[in-house]
Design a binder for this molecule. Structure first.
Ligand code: GLA
Length: 384
């Protein structure tokens, strides 16, 4: 994250002014995918890539925002109801609206921001942007909003201004991240626990398929709908305690097999298994048993590909290469439909795996994947 770059752009666009600088990271997720909106567990960590924004109150009721990466400028009034057209600006607009909705008193500001989380790679660049502004405005205007609510402001921004009915994982990780630790979050009770994650002898490697699926948000919302349909069927079938799929067992699901579509059944099956896998991985980590961690990652990939159907040919191919090379664990990461695989690779296998993945991916798809080595880092913070 290049702070000096942001500072120089801010100066240039806003009359040599100097503001405060805030940053918020993207995230990885070791395991627990599509479990958050089902009240289940997730296991993310913030990374050393994110968004940096310089911000200064401008004495008006307008926000003047400059995206350094996109070289695009947008203005909107804090009292306007209509969101800006530019999708990047909707995130900032949404955060302002959600704070105002909660009674937060904010004033107009100038901002320039840039990021190094690759867009559409499943590393939550949008959550990084939301958390940067939610954290910054809370700090600058002394709003006293707690950290969970900051994450929820980001999530509500996705729901109400960006059309994605996402869970809480990405914004939570971006706000609560801690250097060297993954965080297990129970998305029903919101209890969380930090797990130091320094797998000696292994590297965590992200391989970006560079595939971006255009319909990802509507397909995502459809998955969520399937889960809610399945949970409702179970609840109405004499299990009133089942609020989310997290509360259901495979036996309960089997009881309603004839009442829901085959597709909804498969989606629910994946979720019920995935919730359990997160707990298994946490146990395995406490024993230092990385073989089990890796095996669960492969199981997740299989479920996401065959039951939840959020993988794609390119990601399946990257997963196959990992398996053939003897990589300990590999799976599609994040919402899916494109983006990265996350791989847990033994140090001694790392170079050979990357070489093989690049060569065979290029041979099959005509271009190489991208490689990101990530460091587990701190969450939202003020830099200057
Ligand atoms: C996206 C969403 C998250 C979560 C993941 C899948 O990243 O924003 O809330 O549902 O997909 O685990």
């Amino acid at each position: 994250m290049d702070i000096e770059h942001v500072r120089s752009r801010f100066k240039k666009h806003f009359n040599d002014e100097v503001g405060s600088v805030y940053a918020s990271p993207g995230r990885i997720n070791l395991i627990g995918e599509h479990t958050d909106y089902n009240g289940g567990f997730v296991f993310p960590g913030a990374i050393d890539k994110g968004m940096v924004a310089e911000i200064k109150v401008n004495g008006t009721d307008k926000v003047r925002a400059y995206s350094i990466d996109l070289k695009d400028y947008v203005e909107f009034g804090l009292n306007e109801e209509d969101a800006p057209k530019a999708s990047w600006a909707r995130y900032i607009f949404g955060v302002c609206r959600e704070i105002i909705k909660r009674g937060g008193k904010i004033q107009g500001f100038d901002t320039a921001f840039a990021g190094d989380v690759p867009l559409g790679a499943g590393m939550s660049s949008s959550a990084a942007l939301e958390s940067t502004f939610a954290f910054a405005l809370n700090d600058m205007f002394n709003l006293g909003i707690d950290k969970f609510e900051l994450a929820k402001i980001g999530q509500a921004t996705e729901h109400n201004y960006c059309g994605v009915n996402c869970g809480i994982m990405d914004q939570f990780a971006s706000v609560f991240g801690k250097e060297g630790s993954l965080i297990r979050l129970d998305c029903r009770s919101l209890e969380y626990k930090y797990f130091p994650f320094k797998p000696v002898g292994y590297k965590l490697v992200l391989l970006d398929s560079v595939v971006k699926h255009e319909l990802a948000s509507s397909a995502y919302n459809k998955r969520r709908q399937s889960c809610e349909t399945a949970a409702a069927a179970i609840r109405n079938n004499n299990h009133p305690e089942v609020e989310f799929l997290r509360d259901a067992t495979m036996d309960m699901l089997k009881e309603v097999k004839d009442q829901i579509s085959a597709e909804d059944y498969m989606r629910a099956e994946y979720v019920i298994e995935e919730v359990q896998r997160v707990l298994d991985v946490c146990d395995a980590l406490e024993r230092g048993d990385y073989e089990t961690v890796g095996q669960k990652m492969y199981e997740t990939h299989h479920g996401m590909s065959k039951l939840y159907e959020v993988s794609c040919e390119e990601l399946d191919y990257l997963n196959d290469i990992a398996k053939k090379c003897g990589v300990t664990g590999s799976r599609v990461m994040g919402g899916g439909f494109g983006g990265c695989t996350i791989n847990l690779v033994k140090d001694e296998l790392h170079d050979a795996f990357i070489k093989e993945a690049f060569a065979s991916y290029k041979e099959k798809f005509g271009h190489e994947p991208k490689l990101y080595e990530v460091v587990i880092s701190d969450g939202a913070r003020k830099l200057a």
